[in-house]
Design a protein. Sequence first.
Lengths: 580, 246
Amino acid sequence: MRKIGDRLFGLMLWVLVPAAAMAQGITVSAATNETTLMKGERVALNVTVSGGDFRNIGRPLVPELPGLTLLSPQPSTSTSYSIVNGVSNRTYTYTYVYQADRVGRVNVPPIPVTVDGTTYQTAPFTLTVAEAAERESRSTDEVFVRLEVSDRSPVVGQQVITELVLYFKPEIEIRGFQVDPAWRADGFWSESLTDGSNPTAESVIVDGVRLRKAVLARHALFPNRAGDLTLSGREVDVTLRANVRYQDPFSTFFGGQRTEKIRTPDVRLQVRPLPAPGEGLDLNAVGRFRITRTVSNPEIVTGEAVEIVTRIDGSGNLALISRPEYALPDGFERYQPSEDLELRPGGGEVSGTRTFRDVWVARSAGTYRLEAAAIAVYDPVAGRHGTIALPAVDIVVSRDPSAGATSVAERPFVMAPVAANTPWVAVATPRVWALWWLWAAALVPVAAYVVARQQRARMDRLRTDHGYRRRVQARNRADAHLAAAEATTDVKAAYTALHAAVAGVIADRIGLPEAGQADAALVGALAGAGADPALTDAVAAFLEKCSTIRFAPVGTREDLARETGEVRALIIRILQATEA
Amino acid sequence: MNHLLFLFLLWFQSGAADDHFREGVAALRAGDASQAIAHFNHVRESGITSGALELNLALAHLRIDSLGMAAYHFRLAGRHPETTDLANQGLVHVSENLARRSPGLPVLGLNRFLNRLLSEFPLQRLALAAAGMFLLGMGLRIAQVVNPVAARWPRWIAWSGMALAGALLVAAVGVELARVRHPIGLVVVREVPLRNGPDPAAATDLNAFEGYEVRVDRGRSTPQWTHITLLNGSDGWVPAGVVRIF
């Protein structure tokens, strides 16, 4: 009967799936839905055949498994079919159900499967059967969280992975959670390893009870001091629904959703001091690293800089590693070192690259050696220091051809004191506004300009104002008359000239007509101009004398010369009186 | 008047100054640089100096390895035509030694320009040019007054000359005012922290080294602290006395 069934199944498979659509390659495998189970639990063993080009499958012959009882020799079967990118694939699964009867490890041997006359073997694997605990022992802990650490006694700087793990019973449905963000890890450098994806739950057995667990958060901690350090508990708000029974249509509506605040207990770590390395530079490096040292340009000229780059790459306390101090060769100057840190969280631990850059400026020519060095790195797995060797590097510094002498040694400086003194000057340089010649250059032309303008105005007035010109030139005209009087030999003509001089100067200064003025009018005008009475009397007497002299006996030349002098003085007095 | 007063003081002091100068030279030749510096400084403190005096002061400071002060006096000696060449030779030597002693400093172009403007720009020549332009303009104006001509070009030249003179004079006075507020100096100590405030406890980001040319801000300085700006643009306060102002 079994053979008939098998043949019918194979025939059906051959009819349903055209051979042309089958792909090459056949794989067989065996697995259980749980790798750890409790005594008395049932477990399904699935034997799967997949591939594209097979027509007939012989039913797998499952072996007797010590500690497990095969509940039914008749397996349940299932099949699936898919076409991806034009390639067809079929999967055929036999499922056998066992029950665990005895605590211990169960080795599942290779299971032979015959496909189209060829026998294939599945890979062996192992199951673990644990003792079932009393059901009531954790009946009150439907859900709880733990802070699990990878090492409770690390050394300073060692990477410790902490996981915030949520445990819950299978019948609990977790609808959401919120981890308290204000968690502090005093005494540690902390780096989050959580990538933001939703946690996935897996089945585990804790204290003999089947539970499900999910990692809610993961951190890498690096203790930075030795001693007892405590990780405070973390709080998690968990929204859950209890007593879900998928067969019960009412459980969806009355399942009892609630939110619980759960806190992990504190975790104490005993941090050991980092042992001193026996050799090599101690940078406090703890982890697994690859260290390289490069020189940017080993051949330079004086004044140029070389960059010594130390790159530490790997997993460990990258942020706590100190700068390597290399011996600075003579002829170099250190200039503004820099460093940067690039972390690559992920992969379950902190890794990345720490880069230290030293900039050295060459000051003199020569060949210099950056000596070989060894960096000590503590391996927490091995529990001891190892060293990473850095080879020596030669740096050749050439003299800058564009510069003159580059050092005192190459060109000694010889300069004798200057014995002959040079002119003394003021220590303080005068300010621009205190330069005397600048002020002179500004003021002298301005003064000259003012004078020129005045002269120009006077000249213009002399040219256009007749009265003004007479007034200004009155003295000159009078002097001309006096000169004529002195030049003539005729005494009467001389007195006529003297009269003309006095009358003319009065008329010119006061603005009277040049001719035809009576002597009395001239004297009256002079008095009207403000002349003092003594002057007007003197002028009137002189003019009277001039009028009568032609009838008087002729005087001597000496009398005339004296008279001319008196007239000259009288004219000056008239000019002064009419000055305003 | 001040000029006349200075000439009188110069005549009055030159006798004693000559004596100190000779004694300073003798001390320098004898290898007593400190004594030489004392004699030369005595002359400077009287308010007068000379190219030879500045050059000898630089040589004396060079003997005692005070490169900052040597650079300072070499630069002053370079301002006197009779000692310019020797001063430049000395400056080259001092600069090479300072480059070995003091870390290099990246230079911002704007700061270099400002420092040169405030320390080396020939303001007196600018003022002389302004005076010349003004005299030209005023001369043409006076000539026009005395002998007017119909052509317009003399008037244009006159007014252009005076306008240019005014612009040059304003520029000269502006730069001079900036020099009064922001003189240029040299750091004359080996190393001094540049602090963020006029306080010995103020934070410091970097140090100023001997020979660094700095721009002083007298408005922000105090009797105890001098505010300076380095060529790379960094600024801060240093104790008064570590910077010699030109």
